[in-house]
Design a protein around this ligand. Structure first.
Ligand SMILES: *[C@@H]1O[C@H](CO)[C@@H](O)[C@H](O)[C@H]1NC(C)=O
Ligand SMILES: *[C@@H]1O[C@H](CO)[C@@H](O)[C@H](O)[C@H]1NC(C)=O
Ligand SMILES: *[C@@H]1O[C@H](CO)[C@@H](O)[C@H](O)[C@H]1NC(C)=O
Ligand SMILES: *[C@@H]1O[C@H](CO)[C@@H](O)[C@H](O)[C@H]1NC(C)=O
Ligand SMILES: *[C@@H]1O[C@H](CO)[C@@H](O)[C@H](O)[C@H]1NC(C)=O
Length: 478
């Protein structure tokens, strides 16, 4: 019931959806693991707005906009460090100034806490209109420069002159945390990169391979086979007119949807796979096991009450690709549009069925996502543009071998995103921590009763490393 309310809230009041088909869903994590904090009627944090350049790299562009950030100083004592929680592809939350690993670090080291909101997300919208042209200032590079500008502003206060700076981020913002150390090493002293898919990749077939492994390892016997039977049955039904007719009835697909159109069919398969994807990404071994027990009851097993944002449900389930584009992408600036733009221009991350080592058949090709890019943003956002963007990103930031120190890369091995992250130490000062049976970004939150020992141990290790890197030994509290 609780989950149901959360999801409804996300869908109807927040500009950001449970973006499980993609990387996001961070709002879900916050609600689930960081919402119990009491901010109260007299919050200990302040909300601030600062002026940022629209384009940090073009001297002729002098337009500016206002970025939102949160600030909390009540733990801070002279020479204590500064912590910045980097916003990612969703609205920023002040909750991380009240709970979680950064909060604990700040408390234990007399630190100052900040949280920034990423340009184009939440309330930090730098552009007025919604034409594609206005998205051109949306990139990690610009966002990193925004955060550098914020940190310089903070450091300009004389009382902070001896304070070390630590940045923290999860998921895409985990990339940003590592890349802040890469691009601004003189400003940032250490970083936590949690579940950070630092390698940009167009055909991210490894995602569903990991979902497969999770269900093999933690599901009931024969679970993966059963999943495959269901998906193969769908595939067979799509082959004939009678089959499509029957499927439309079974799945309450809108009568006017032409399910012989490839994109509509692909959307159907993506929608069906999303339930398994979200359970692997955000769930735990028990959720996966329970899902398997109910895998034949199509509606009963979802972590999120609504399986995904992809399709619209009213009287019937609308699987029309063009409707989906018009509803979600046309003339809008919201989390979905902006994150899709970033995948189309920088990261790819297209969760395809290109691999044989997964049970979802082969009906979600990379082409589906390329079509999404061109339909949503225009014909120039084609394969060439996507490939070039990915190449540039990996060149600029170093992919799986970023030239960084004092960064800890943390991943949960259940999390399919871990396949694009750093799972082995790069050096003594750039370490990797892999948490068995943990999902996406769980290390960023505080210990809970049901957390297993390895997760608690990982949080302790992360805190130890950060304290060592900022010379906070004096403050180490066990
Ligand atoms: C911004 O630049 C334009 C031309 O590039 C110039 O006309 C304008 O005065 C500038 N505005 C400010 C506030 O500097
Ligand atoms: C948005 O509109 C405001 C007010 O009309 C203007 O001052 C600002 O420069 C505009 N921003 C951009 C990025 O065009
Ligand atoms: C689900 O249905 C398949 C046949 O469609 C059957 O082989 C399998 O045993 C069933 N699994 C469960 C858990 O009931
Ligand atoms: C993509 O579009 C550009 C022009 O915007 C064109 O030069 C290029 O050949 C196109 N690539 C593909 C794969 O169609
Ligand atoms: C890595 O970064 C260091 C400075 O932090 C620099 O001296 C070195 O040349 C870089 N290595 C490469 C391969 O870019």
């Amino acid at each position: 019931m609780f989950l149901k309310i959360v999801v409804k809230l996300l869908i109807f009041t927040s500009p950001v959806y449970c973006f499980v088909g993609y990387i996001g869903g961070f709002q879900y994590l916050i609600k689930e693991f960081a919402s119990s904090v009491s901010i109260g009627s007299t919050p200990k944090h302040e909300t601030r707005w600062m002026e940022q350049k629209l384009d940090h790299f073009d001297g002729n562009e002098n337009r500016t906009w206002k970025m939102r950030y949160f600030k909390r100083l009540d733990f801070w004592k002279l020479n204590g460090p500064i912590f910045l929680f980097l916003g990612g592809e969703s609205e920023a939350s002040p909750n991380f100034l009240y709970t979680g690993i950064m909060y604990e670090l700040a408390k234990e080291t007399n630190g100052a806490m900040y949280a920034s909101e990423h340009r184009y997300y939440g309330k930090s919208i730098p552009v007025n209109k919604t034409t594609v042209d206005n998205f051109k200032y949306l990139s990690a590079k610009q966002a990193l420069a925004d955060n550098a500008h914020l940190l310089r502003l903070i450091k300009s206060k004389p009382f902070f002159s001896n304070s070390k700076i630590v940045v923290v981020g999860g998921s895409y913002a985990g990339n940003l945390a590592a890349w802040m150390r890469l691009l601004y090493p003189e400003l940032v002293d250490a970083a936590i990169a949690s579940s950070a898919p630092v390698l940009a990749k167009k055909d991210f077939y490894e995602y569903l391979e990991r979902v497969n492994v999770d269900y093999e390892q933690y599901g009931t016997r024969d679970c993966v086979n059963t999943i495959n039977k269901h998906f193969t049955r769908y595939e067979t039904m799509f082959e004939t007119q009678e089959g499509i007719k029957k499927l439309k009835e079974e799945e309450n697909i809108c009568p006017e949807n032409d399910m012989s159109i490839p994109e509509n069919k692909q959307l159907f398969f993506l929608e069906k796979a999303t339930a398994f994807m979200s359970n692997a990404q955000y769930g735990n071994t028990k959720i996966i096991k329970d899902h398997c027990a109910n895998v034949n009851e199509t509606k009963k097993y979802l972590l999120f009450d609504e399986p995904s944002f992809w399709i619209k449900r009213s009287e019937c389930n609308d699987f029309d690709f063009n409707n989906m584009i018009n509803d979600n992408y046309k003339n809008k600036i919201n989390g979905i549009v902006c994150w899709t733009y970033q995948t189309c221009t920088e990261y790819g991350y297209f969760q395809s069925t290109s691999s044989n080592k997964q049970p979802f058949t082969r009906n979600i090709p990379v082409d589906f996502y390329v079509k999404l890019c061109t339909k949503a943003f225009g014909s120039e956002f084609n394969d060439t543009r996507i490939d070039d963007g990915i190449e540039d990103v990996n060149k600029m930031y170093g992919g799986l071998q970023p030239n960084v120190s004092k960064v800890v890369f943390v991943n949960g091995d259940l999390d399919p995103w871990s396949r694009l992250s750093i799972l082995e130490d790069i050096s003594y000062d750039a370490q990797a921590i892999v948490i068995p049976r943990a999902s996406h970004c769980r290390d960023l939150f505080s210990n809970r009763e049901n957390d297993h020992e390895e997760l608690k141990e990982a949080r302790k290790n992360v805190k130890y490393l950060i304290k060592r890197w900022i010379n906070a030994e004096d403050y180490i509290v066990n």
